[in-house]
Each structure stands twice: as C-alpha cells, then as structure tokens.
Design a protein around this ligand. Structure first.
Ligand SMILES: [Fe+2]
Ligand SMILES: [Fe+2]
Length: 278
C-alpha cells in the first residue's frame, strides 16, 4: 500500500525564501491523501507568520506530531491548539521534561515553553496520543516511536542534560521521525534527529518493511561532529541511494556541504515544497 497524493512544505527553517521569516526551528506541513499533518511547530513568530503567507490553515490540521520536546520544535503548539479543537496530538511523554544544553559550562534551558506545556491540558484525553512505539497516523504514514540507539558512532553530542549541573545526561528518548510510504519509496521526515540518522533509517526500514528510501527531509544535527562520524554517516547514506536529500535546521554547514558534494543534497528553506502524485 502506498500513499498516492503527497505534498510536503517547510513552514519553518533556519533559512527562508523571500517573503518568509527564518528562525532557528523547524516545522513541516504534510498533506497525505487528504489528511493534513503538522510535524513540529517552530520556535517563535515565524511559524504563524509563514503558515499565513503560505495559505496553510492550521485550523484544518488533522494530526500534530512533535518530533521531540525542544523549544525550537514546539513553539507554536499552543497556537495550533487555540485555533483547532479537533486535532489529534502525537508525542512522547518525555517531550515535557525539563532539559538543558550545557556548552562551555553555561546551562541553557531548551525545554518547551510554559505556555506550550500548559496548552496540552486543554486537549481531551482521547485526542492526546502518548507514543513510545511505532504507530500509524494516516494512509501508509507512521511515526517511529522511540528509536533504538544501536550504531556505535552515533553517540549523543554530550551537551544535553536534565539538570543545570550536568549530572543527569539526557539521551532525548522522545526523538521520533515520521515516514510516508510513497510509490517511489519511503519519505522520511526528521526534526533534529538526535537519535542519529543511521539509527533512524535502520529502525524505519525494519518497522515499515520497506527498503527503498525516496526522500529524506529535516535536521540532521551534525553540527560539530567529528570527521570520523561524518565520513561514516555519508558512506552509509550513500549505500541507501536516496533520490532526494533536503538538509534543514540543525544539519550544520560543514555536513550540508559534504552531503551536497557527495550525495547532491539540497538545502531546505521555509517555503520549499515538493509533491508526489499518481
Ligand atoms: Fe532543533
Ligand atoms: Fe532538538
């Protein structure tokens, strides 16, 4: 079974086309055989502004998926829930935990905002879907649930913690990806990909039973990774023969450049869209 009519558009990214706002964050709009799915909600103002400019009616969202609980993916959650009383929300419960990024000894809170957290209480129980395992959300479309961390070189970058003192490491178990099975292969959408792209791909291929990947879109979180990880990641991605790689958000300039040179990756931006029709 394939999804037939697929349209995907970036609402928020660190880059934007003329007339749209760029911000450090990510949000994707998907229309899959008539079902409207929002994958992440950006960080600040760009989400609502760009959605309006792109004529995306957030009130029509059927399903909202949060890839994980960081502030730059959940900023518009309260806005969606305020204008839409029938949306189903899918996320991992760990998305609501307090968390910090610690770099050079300085702890920065990176949890979702208090407003976003509070808005979830307006949802009725049957519309809130707590996800730990792979689950279907539309025709030939699923989210991964927790992604097993099996690839040795895909370690956390060591800067994420549950506490300001850096004593309790945060593995970001809430990190999930979304996939659509199209006639041309899997379309894989990722937020920050904290689980690692190879772990993510391996898990999706296993749970979907599909081996061909048509497209990969989202943030790869390869900023500042060492040469060994970058080389191994690119080598394994090469083996997948992915038709279309769109790097966004937290991929990092060096990683993007290497992916562009070696795998013809394109840089994503708010407003970028692609579709598959029968
Ligand atoms: Fe992010
Ligand atoms: Fe993140």
């Amino acid at each position: 079974m394939h999804a037939e009519n697929i349209r995907i558009q970036i609402i928020v990214d660190n880059e934007a086309q003329d007339g749209l706002q760029a911000e450090h964050g990510f949000s994707l709009w998907l229309e899959i055989d008539g079902k409207k799915i929002l994958f992440d909600t950006g960080q600040l103002d760009a989400f609502l502004y760009n959605a309006k400019q792109l004529h995306i009616d957030l009130g029509e969202t059927d399903t909202l998926v949060l890839s994980h609980g960081h502030y730059d993916h959940t900023g518009g959650l309260a806005d969606v829930l305020a204008c839409n009383h029938s949306v189903d929300v899918y996320c991992h419960a760990a998305a609501f935990l307090p968390r910090y990024s610690i770099r050079d000894g300085i702890a920065k809170p990176i949890k979702m905002t208090t407003r976003a957290m509070a808005s979830i209480n307006t949802l009725s129980e049957e519309r809130m879907h707590w996800v730990t395992k792979s689950i279907n959300i539309a025709n030939s479309t699923a989210i991964t649930g927790e992604i097993p961390r099996k690839v040795a070189f895909e370690t956390s970058d060591g800067s994420f913690y549950f506490d300001q003192d850096g004593k309790r490491a945060d593995a970001i178990v809430d990190d999930m990806a979304l996939w659509v099975n199209s006639s041309q292969g899997l379309i894989i959408c990722i937020g920050c990909c904290h689980a690692g792209i190879i772990n993510t791909i391996n898990h999706i291929k296993k749970t979907s039973g599909v081996s061909k990947i048509h497209a990969l879109i989202g943030g790869l979180h390869l900023t500042g990774v060492d040469e060994s990880r970058l080389t191994q990641t690119i080598a394994l991605l090469k083996q997948e023969n992915i038709d279309k790689i769109i790097t966004c958000h937290c991929t990092g300039d060096t990683a993007h450049q290497r992916l562009r040179e070696q795998l013809k990756a394109e840089k994503g931006f708010a407003g970028m869209a692609f579709q598959i029709t029968p």
